[in-house]
Design a protein around this ligand. Sequence first.
Ligand code: 6GU
Length: 252
Amino acid sequence: MALFSILTLFPDVVEAYLDVGVLGIARARGIVQANVVDFRDFSRDRHRTVDDRPFGGGPGMVLKPEPIVEAVEWIEQHHGPHRRIAMTPDGQPFDQKMAEGFAAAMIADPPVTTDLPLRPGSPSSVLLLCGRYEGFDERALQVLDFERLSIGDYVLAGGELAALVIVEAIARLLPGTLGDSRSAIEDSFGDSADGGLDHPHFTRPRVFRGIEVPDVLLSGDHARIHDWRKQQSETRTKAVRPDLTQRLHPKG
Ligand code: 6GU
């Protein structure tokens, strides 16, 4: 069973996204449980302060350690230990291989149905901490031994989008989430794309604005279709992402 606990200052936005599409279905089916917590609720002062000015000076504000640490402790008292991850652009880059690793850990845990309670402390519980402002007080991450993950080399105003990217990338790999389990295998970066990019897709009509669907896809010859798609996938990967070909065929 997969439990994602998400710590954020914008719980409504996170909840709204978790309700739709593949994630909404996964939650409704009990494949994924989400626990969205506003760490402002753990601030102790009258103004519900969560940030303060940086020691040493400089622009922006820093997230105070106490509300974060107390929120995590509260979550773990109620839902058991989690793998703790802080969303930050200076983290380890998240990729499809990592998503597969998280999904495998969640699958290894015995599946439960919606009417069974969560098994506290299962390795399939993941906590995602979303920051705002200039970042976290380093000691919050140190005290709780957080891992750090980034979703790419650009800077977002907060960790919420990054956390949702990670939850969605993992959840869609869990059995029962997608209508057809082959969908996940046949994506970009998946096994059938040889770790490269996906091939192009076509549906009806056969002719759209004068452009025809490639003949091979109408041939019914599955071996030829397979070869054509593989070829397209390789061509696209070489053109757009040569770094992915390098990773696969280091000498090529
Ligand atoms: Cl995880 N957080 C923020 N704020 N920006 C990012 C990111 C994370 N990953 C890439 N950019």
